[in-house]
Design a binder for this molecule. Sequence first.
Ligand SMILES: Nc1ncnc2c1ncn2[C@@H]1O[C@H](COP(=O)(O)OP(=O)(O)OP(=O)(O)O)[C@@H](O)[C@H]1O
Length: 247
Amino acid sequence: MITINNAVVSYREDVALRGVSLSVKKGELVGIIGPNGAGKTTILTLVNGLGKLLKGQVQVLGCMLNNGCPSYLRRRIGYVPQIHNIDPRMPVNAREVVMMGRYGRLGLLRRPGILDRQVVESLLSLVGMSHLATRPIGHLSGGEQQRVAIARALAQEPDILLLDEPTTGLDRRARVEIMALVNEIHRSRNLTTLMVTHELKTASAICNRLVLMKEGRIWSQGKPEDVLQEEVLDLLYGDENRVVNYF
Ligand SMILES: Nc1ncnc2c1ncn2[C@@H]1O[C@H](COP(=O)(O)OP(=O)(O)OP(=O)(O)O)[C@@H](O)[C@H]1O
């Protein structure tokens, strides 16, 4: 489904990935963990066809992405970016945001039809947001905005779901709920899911595999119970270990 081979990515003087190889099989839920600046988000951008490779290859859904991602393929990859502060004056409501996710399939000039509206309503229901569908996006809580962002990514009916720290800034209860939702969606919609997260405990409960990254390299990977040893976490995070949600 996804094969990254010896990828090197740099942003001017910063080298974000220093020769990363990673394969993800159909149906896997893979968690990418590691300290800030490890290169986790950069892996997601490569799979989404937005990254610039200095070296190496990326193959997604049978297509080589070295020269960007063709739009028919982009539609098969749902991306939930990290949410930053949304301007409360933003004049779109939750339902409209989810519909925006449909435009990749519709094309910009086609108007949404009954089927599109049905898809949007069923996604709002799936993520538990039907009752807040008409509320402006900037007036929702962080957890609610995250639910809307997940529904938006699913609106294009992707095969691959990429999530970048979907629980950042949320309280404990909302973090647990979002991780449970990710798990449910992954399984019920037969997705292949790649998620960057700092939720080590919940991630180890729901992911088939964890990939530990540091300084642009894959440090270790495997079943959560095999890789999440306390001494590995100490090495991986150093002092930062205290701020990740594990123990
Ligand atoms: N657009 C950019 N321009 C310049 N440097 C960048 C850019 N994006 C990322 N970098 C750098 O590349 C490195 C890897 O960044 P990346 O965002 O992939 O890490 P990360 O593991 O996702 O970090 P975080 O947990 O903080 O989100 C960092 O040193 C970062 O400063």
